[in-house]
Design a protein around this ligand. Structure first.
Ligand SMILES: NC(=O)c1ccc[n+]([C@@H]2O[C@H](COP(=O)([O-])OP(=O)(O)OC[C@H]3O[C@@H](n4cnc5c(N)ncnc54)[C@H](OP(=O)(O)O)[C@@H]3O)[C@@H](O)[C@H]2O)c1
Length: 298
């Protein structure tokens, strides 16, 4: 039986991968995460991975606090780069494939076109830089590595834009949301489906399974329209309508600068692994429906 070792347990993508594991009976899912390991202490992680004897390692753990990274660059680099090098080395020692999640924030955001996996990264913030260094470290330390860049992740779990908007809706009737950053809202449920599709294809040992891929929601938007669609779908039936005012980024200062154009072209992932994320409003409907059914998910 193929052993899949997942790094991370409670993150958005990690939870979605675990949740879907039961539908993939040919695989044994093993998890290595806190408190057993701490990616901020990279030393010895390679051995911890190798001793689990995985066939495939999926790293869904990362330092994801984009703004905080600006004031914690060393910690972000340890988790997003040094620890990744160790995890990849562990995968290599076990003869495993290493699947590593990365981000649209490796790009600088120029232009209007969707970034392809062949475009040159040029990150503009600490988070993006450490993630890019992590990609390079992963590819250097494990021969059979897949970098899967995703974007604007939302899910029924953890902290994300959708849950923040739902919370703000309880307290406000109007909001100012930036409208000059474009990207692809992506459901963690779709990311997990894509990762499981990749796992199944990797088993066939196809060479083209390795390298850099993009896996992001179908369709692009900006944050203000993303917010509007969330409020449109939850509806004003309970009397809590919400007005969204579109503002430029410079009216909403943040510690980290974000790319204006973070659109990702996911066509290579679809061509190789036969999976494409659903149109983001449809993926949003699935997540909102889950949240309505199970509102207490952390
Ligand atoms: N969120 C986004 O919008 C977004 C956008 C583009 C790309 N990505 C990438 O997608 C991947 C998954 O992101 P996500 O949204 O699922 O992240 P998330 O919800 O923020 O979860 C982060 C995960 O990392 C783990 N982690 C953090 N620090 C750790 C440490 N010191 N030691 C061990 N584990 C640690 C957490 O551990 P626990 O399991 O213990 O909680 C959790 O599983 C990441 O590679 C991220 O860079 C995310």
């Amino acid at each position: 039986m193929t052993r899949v070792l997942l790094i991370g347990r409670h993150g958005q993508v990690a939870r979605a991968v675990r949740e879907q594991a039961s539908a993939h009976e040919d695989y044994m899912l093993d998890v290595l995460a806190r408190p057993e390991i701490d990616l901020a202490q990279p030393q010895g992680l390679a051995e911890r991975v190798a001793e689990r004897r995985p066939d495939i390692v999926i790293n869904a753990a990362a330092y994801t606090a984009v703004d905080r990274a600006e004031s914690e660059p060393a910690l972000a680099a340890r988790i997003n780069c040094d620890a990744v090098a160790e995890l990849a080395a562990g995968a290599e020692a076990a003869g495993a494939v290493f699947i590593h999640l990365s981000t649209d924030y490796v790009f600088d955001g120029t232009g209007q076109a969707a970034w392809t996996p062949d475009d040159a990264p040029s990150p503009i913030g600490v988070y993006g830089r450490t993630k890019r260094e992590g990609e390079l470290a992963a590819m250097a330390r494990c021969e059979r590595t897949l970098i899967v860049r995703t974007a604007w992740v939302f899910s029924p779990f953890g902290n994300n834009f959708v849950r923040t908007m739902l919370r703000l809706r309880e307290q406000h009737d109007e909001l100012r949301v930036v409208a000059d950053q474009y990207g692809n809202p992506t459901s963690a449920l779709d990311i997990a489906r894509g990762l499981w599709a990749a796992v199944a294809m990797i088993e066939d040992g196809a060479e083209e399974s390795y390298g850099v891929f993009h896996l992001a929601g179908d369709g692009a938007t900006h944050w203000a329209d993303f917010a509007r669609e969330i409020f449109r779908q939850v509806g004003g039936g309970d009397g809590r309508g919400m007005t969204v005012h579109a503002i430029p980024s410079d009216e909403y200062p943040t510690a980290a600068q974000r790319p204006a154009n973070a659109r990702l072209d996911s066509s290579r992932f679809e061509a190789v692994f036969g999976f494409r994320c659903s149109p983001w409003p449809q993926a949003l409907a699935e997540v909102l429906e889950r949240l309505a059914r199970e509102p207490s998910q952390q």
